[in-house]
Design a binder for this molecule. Structure first.
Ligand SMILES: [Ca+2]
Length: 371
């Protein structure tokens, strides 16, 4: 299916002809209303032949410019989307300093060696009040990862990589970075599926896929991004910062487990009294997590904060804490809504989580690390 701009583009090349095309996306209604082209003049057969020729020419040209991705069979795709039951290899892609939830997630992953080998951590770009742009956000995230590992007494040599300094500008043009290059190299060398735990705007991951589309056969992306598919909008921080990369996750056919914010990870609330009960005095990392949580908000009276990103880590630790569904990958529109095409490939969508199991496991691991 081509965009309205494609038809407008086509119209320039068909002289003296009026093309009327209606193509609208209804907010919240989850469908395309796509009427066929209506030709008002010159109805002769020879002209129709010319139109067919031009159409085929343009369709051919447009596909020549678009990226070709390997297509997994339904059988292989569904097997990749099955919840993992064994220990897995992971990389973590994190906009660590954008607020205070990535820090909990990185710590939680590093303290779960029985469930995952963390092979690399990538700093992801972000732009909000805690950075002056994506490059600054990435650099602050990089430094935050090192800080966390220092506080945990862990070596970070050859483990942490700088990521993209900008978001994807063009759906066919990857952003060069150490992180994207490492992901390509690591995925291609991996005998088993490499889980890419993606906790921010997915620029590094999308860039790696564009650099080497064959990694689609090697990775499983678990992404904290977007709202759930029935929500009235897809609008969410990770998704909206880099729409081209977000679309690529849904369109490329890469095995994708989507962990949406509302109404799923929005249940991962905690408070200062709870954190103080379980983490106060539990080593430099326990104290640091409380410190950044306190600094994040001025008035903590009856205040709770969502620690979004730990959902992705918890999912690969124990999927029995979650409910999920296999769905057709949605079409993410420029209006940040999801449209439905039942012929699209499958993704797994997380629909529910057990908040207490997740916080309980994370608190215990931080306490055990201090002993
Ligand atoms: Ca994040």
């Amino acid at each position: 299916m081509h965009s309205p701009s494609f038809y407008n583009h086509l119209a320039q090349f068909i002289p003296k002809m009026k093309i009327k095309s209606t193509f609208t996306v209804k907010h919240g209604a989850n469908f395309y209303q796509n009427k066929p082209l209506t030709f008002n003049k010159h109805k002769g057969t020879s002209l129709l032949n010319s139109i067919c020729f031009l159409l085929s020419l343009f369709i051919g040209m447009s596909s020549a410019f678009s990226q070709e991705f390997p297509k997994l069979s339904d059988e292989i795709l569904l097997s990749r989307l099955k919840p993992n039951t064994e220990k897995i290899k992971v990389v973590i892609d994190t906009d660590t300093y954008n607020e205070v939830d990535d820090q909990f997630a990185v710590v939680y992953a590093l303290l779960s060696p029985e469930q995952m080998d963390v092979e690399a951590i990538y700093a992801a770009p972000y732009h909000n009040s805690r950075s002056n742009g994506p490059a600054d956000g990435m650099e602050k995230s990089y430094k935050e990862i090192l800080k966390l590992m220092d506080k945990m007494g862990m070596q970070h040599k050859d483990l942490v990589y700088r990521g993209s300094k900008e978001f994807l500008k063009n759906k066919n043009q990857p952003v060069e970075s150490d992180a994207a290059r490492d992901l390509v190299k690591r995925a291609m060398a991996s005998e088993e599926p490499l889980y890419v735990l993606t906790l921010g705007a997915p620029t590094n991951v999308a860039s790696a896929i564009l650099m080497e589309p064959k990694i689609i056969e090697k990775i499983v992306v678990v992404w904290l991004g977007g709202k759930s598919l029935e929500w009235e909008t897809a609008r969410e921080f990770n998704l909206l910062q880099d729409m081209e990369s977000s679309k690529l996750l849904f369109d490329s056919g890469v095995p994708l487990i989507q962990v949406p914010t509302e109404p799923v990870t929005s249940h991962l609330l905690t408070t200062i009294p709870e954190l103080e009960t379980y983490l106060q005095g539990k080593g430099p990392i326990g104290d640091y997590l409380i410190e950044i949580f306190k600094d994040y908000h001025d008035n903590h009276y009856a205040y709770s904060k969502i620690i979004w990103d730990i959902a992705v880590i918890a999912y690969v630790i124990d999927s029995s804490w979650f409910k999920t569904e296999i769905r057709h990958s949605p079409i993410l529109t420029d209006q940040m809504t999801y449209s439905v095409d039942q012929s699209r490939h499958f993704i797994r969508l997380v629909t529910y989580l057990r908040r207490d199991k997740i916080f309980g496991d994370m608190f215990r691991k931080i306490q055990d690390h201090h002993k």
